[in-house]
Design a binder for this molecule. Sequence first.
Ligand SMILES: *Cc1c(COP(=O)(O)O)cnc(C)c1O
Length: 424
Amino acid sequence: MYNYKTGADYAKEQDRKDDLSHYRNQFHIPKDKHGNALIYMTGNSLGLQPKSTKAYINQELEDWANLGVEGHFEAKNPWLQYHEFLNKSMANVVGAKPIEVIVMNTLTANLHFMMVSFYKPTKTRYKILIESDAFPSDKFAVESQLRHHGFDDKDGLVLWKPRKDEALLRYEDLETILENQGDEIALIMIGGINYYTGQYFDLKKITELGYKHGCKVGFDCAHGAGNVELNLHDSGADFAVWCTYKYLNSGPGSLAGCFVHERYAHDKNLNRFTGWWSHNKQTRFNMRNEFDVLPGAEGWQLSNPPILSMAAIKASLDMFNEVGIKKLSEKSKKLTGYFEFLLKQLGEDTIQIITPRNPKERGCQLSIQVKNADKNLHNKLTEAGVISDWREPDVIRCAPVPFYNSFEDVYNLVEKLKSITDNI
Ligand SMILES: *Cc1c(COP(=O)(O)O)cnc(C)c1O
């Protein structure tokens, strides 16, 4: 559909034609010791720093220096409402309504808080279904919830597995599991994009299948937020969580996101863990009122949040909103398609791509297996100036990010891979 071509000239021409290419300049690109830009392919682990981030954080440091506690009201961006500046733009990025989204805590913490509300096991319906190769933190969180409620974490965990000699998951197999044990499953919790294979699941389809069998459904979208158009509201899922330090470029360990579907926005009976930040803003500082929960996802906050981390998130979201996730996603499809095209030139005997071929079933990441390769190959790539990510037993994950990666980056990456594999 894009009529890709080989050769460096083609890559350069695509960068010239790309009307998002100037954004690369708005990020700090890590360099080698000679000052040459590295080929950075790990935006799926830690996104790069926007050059604007420092000014956003400095603004808050200055307001704190000059105003002290008054900064809650008097800062340029008053701290009391700071999270509200983020809700709308974060909602745009993940395809949700502002009332459905909150930035708070960290990712795994949010997953637990969501399970407090949406994992309500009974004696007969208590199991949790996850994908077999879920991110370890998700698996550990889910197992500990099972134990917390007094269940066995092996018996209670249902795995959606790939078939023998396959890497990707099939919906037919999920349907079969649900037909056989759907009435024992309380919660389906899936990584919206699997971190290892890069498979982007059909969130709506999984939600509908889950509901048909009376299960609650949530997603961990750590690899989806800022990468694909998630359309969380339309998916109908009960909840979703994600981090902001991967594709959302907000800095190591930055605060996470959380989505609770609008249908719960005014449900005061839903059990949850609360704190003073879940309480009605009008009376929060009276300090002696009965608890009165805030509507929407905001009602899941506990503490007053770290403003410095939020400032970095604001810097990033302002960029996302300037472009729009739709436009980024269009470039992403083209860039990743080009990456796939070049890898194919190396021959399927040398390189296998385990990520789905269909652009609708993946984001920007391709997970590649190189025949007869071990971690040595990855070390050589690193020596050659490529920052990629090695996952045992034999997968290299590369994520060309539309905001800051160029067609030339992708071209150079594949050239380096070629010269290394030629010498294996
Ligand atoms: C990155 C990632 C995590 C990391 O969790 P933290 O709580 O942010 O440390 C968890 N789950 C998934 C699916 C991830 O991709």
